[in-house]
Design a binder for this molecule. Structure first.
Ligand SMILES: Nc1ncnc2c1ncn2[C@@H]1O[C@H](COP(=O)(O)OP(=O)(O)OP(=O)(O)O)[C@@H](O)[C@H]1O
Ligand SMILES: [Mg+2]
Length: 395
């Protein structure tokens, strides 16, 4: 059918035509917003899941909900890659807050507490970037002695408290959404924990919604031992069969096109419920289908084309980053399917006498983001379906 009308959206962080199967996370967040507005405390949240499971689009949806309710919202991505290298948390959060504060001020006008929160924000920003570029359009004098020590831990807590106090006066709160949170360094994570902890103790509505790989809870616990009690941890998994069917079928409902139930089954099964795979397979199926009904044969062709595309892109980009020794390690893991695998068992499979001998390879794979440690002594792939991809490799 006409690719121009293709509603599916495979990619990274691309809003799906139907955000399926996330009602519970969304309603939990709506409850957090409503409780905060009523002056009741709620825990901050950490969302964890594999690559392509839909963390970023969920986070974007939550951020939009908070913005629609006039919350002060900062949204940052802590990814360490060529484009953002060197960009630490402090300037990122200042830039994002600047935008939100200008919007909120434009909407509600200047109030006393808001003015003093803006003054605190200004000193936080000037300490971050003395040229003042991070507090553009915030026409207040900086508040000397507030959020300007240069220590992220002290400054972030003061800033969080002052912003939250002023938001509370407006019946809202402050939420900082952090994607790829596992990439933050230990000091940044510790500062975030302290800010959440201190504002919580003083009933100031400041919340952090973090998203990251399943290693994130461990990374947070290493930064602050009380982190396990500070956040509600929500694993974001593949969609169940019903939600996966909705993700596939609902986007065509308004397009005079219908999926044959058996064709939907084929796409849902091949994707294992993983949102990114669903989008990729449904998109390719649409392109193959002569229409107007999408049939099983279209789905079979679609998933074949979708798999080829995943093999050439999603999986190959990871496989190609691995050295020969790292590939051996990944191959040894594949015996356990999508895992997890025991590090000791992998060492044994590789013919090593001790787990230490393969320690550096494992560490490099973790550093490259190809595997993570779900628990001490275990490793797993960061992408679903990696074991099957490796089985298809012949080199
Ligand atoms: N609930 C959902 N229903 C339907 N499609 C979804 C859903 N969530 C995500 N998607 C689709 O899945 C793909 C991956 O989403 P997203 O980039 O948010 O994943 P992610 O978990 O952030 O991945 P990564 O860890 O690589 O950043 C996108 O194409 C998106 O449109
Ligand atoms: Mg993401």
């Amino acid at each position: 059918m006409d690719p121009v009308g293709n509603p599916y959206s495979p990619g990274a962080g691309l809003r799906p035509p139907e955000l399926a199967g996330r009602t519970e996370d969304i309603s939990n967040f709506e409850t957090l917003l409503a409780r905060a507005a009523a002056g009741r405390a709620t825990q901050s949240v950490v969302l964890t899941g594999l690559r392509g499971v839909g963390k970023t689009v969920l986070l974007n949806d939550l951020a939009d909900r908070a913005r629609r309710r006039n919350w002060i919202v900062a949204q940052v991505e802590a990814r360490v890659d060529a484009n953002t290298k060197g960009a630490s948390f402090r300037p990122m959060v200042a830039r994002s807050l600047n935008q939100s504060l200008r919007q909120v001020t434009g909407r509600v006008g200047m109030r006393d507490k808001l003015r003093s929160a803006l003054a605190t924000f200004k000193s936080f920003s000037i300490k971050t970037d003395p040229s003042g570029g991070l507090a553009l359009g915030i026409e207040v004098d900086p508040q000397g002695g507030r959020a300007d020590t240069g220590s992220l831990e002290l400054d972030l807590s003061e800033l969080a408290f002052d912003l939250a106090e002023s938001a509370a006066e407006l019946g809202t709160g402050v939420v900082v959404l952090i994607d790829e949170m596992q990439e933050l360094d230990g000091d940044e994570l510790a500062a975030i924990c302290t800010a959440v902890h201190q504002t919580g103790q003083r009933s100031a509505p400041f919340y952090v919604i973090g998203a990251g790989l399943p290693s994130l809870p461990g990374v947070l616990a290493a930064a602050r031992s009380y982190a396990e009690r500070l956040f509600t941890y929500r694993p974001i998994g593949p969609l169940d069969a019903e939600a996966a069917r909705i993700a596939v079928t609902r986007p065509t409902e308004t397009q005079q096109t219908e999926w044959e139930p058996a064709a939907v089954d084929i796409v849902v099964e091949a994707s294992m419920g993983y949102p990114y795979f669903l989008q990729e397979f449904a998109k390719a199926t649409w392109d193959y289908a002569p229409g107007p009904t999408i049939e099983s044969d279209d789905a079979r062709l679609g998933i074949q084309a979708g798999r080829d595309k995943l093999d050439a892109g999603f999986f190959a980009s990871r496989w190609n980053r691995a050295t020969p020794a790292e590939r051996d390690y990944l191959r040894a893991m594949a015996e356990d399917g999508d895992g997890p695998s025991s590090s000791g068992e992998i060492a044994r499979r590789l013919g090593k006498v001790s787990v230490q001998q393969v320690g550096p390879t494992r560490a490099n794979l973790i550093h490259k983001g190809l595997v993570f440690a779900p628990e001490h002594g275990l490793v797993a792939y960061t992408v679903p379906g990696m074991a099957a991809f490796i089985a298809r490799q012949v080199d």
